[in-house]
Design a protein around this ligand. Sequence first.
Ligand SMILES: *[C@@H]1O[C@H](CO)[C@@H](O)[C@H](O)[C@H]1NC(C)=O
Length: 216
Amino acid sequence: MASRLLLLALLAAACCGSIASDPSLLQDFCVADKMSKVNVNGFTCKDAEAVTVEDFVLSGLHIAGNTTNKQGSAVTAANVAQIPGLNTMGISMVRIDYAPKGLNPPHIHPRATEVLTVLEGSLYVGFVTSIPGSKLFSKVLRKGDVFVFPKALVHFQFNYGTDKAVAIAALSSQNPGVITVANAVFGSTPLISDDIVSKAFQVDKKTVDWIQAQFN
Ligand SMILES: *[C@@H]1O[C@H](CO)[C@@H](O)[C@H](O)[C@H]1NC(C)=O
């Protein structure tokens, strides 16, 4: 009886180990064919004979993004949209620039864990857990520090200093995706009804309408 239970437990463990990243490679590469009309999970592969080294290159990540915006931050992406050779590789990068007091506002990457390193300046960063519920893990990072934002958790970076800051991050998806919490909740198209948002946030509808107006 006990051995039967053990066998069942082993089978359960073997059958359904969760997949925690983009699907693994079945070939050297599968350079994205952006012209293909076939819809698959990711992009179809360009003919391997037509692949060139340029499919694996992106230049310009040394150039600062334009932080003249409401948040005072700019994300420069290096994912499969910019580098076709990243298709099926399960990895990508971003450069993030922060003006003094610049914020990369609370957001989620639905498909990727992120590992960030500070190249210049310092940042106050954090993420919020699902289990235990809504616990904030936060830290001040200085140049050279590395920090992990677990997949799909709400996280942010804030440059509290008086100098600009720069970070580079790697993400465990060719196409991590980003959902900015404030934009999703207050700035969707069409808007989520203020009845719903006002109940969710426990504030009056006027306050919700005012916040929603900031996103137009
Ligand atoms: C940066 O963005 C601002 C606001 O959109 C714009 O006015 C400015 O010309 C941009 N600066 C550069 C160097 O592109």
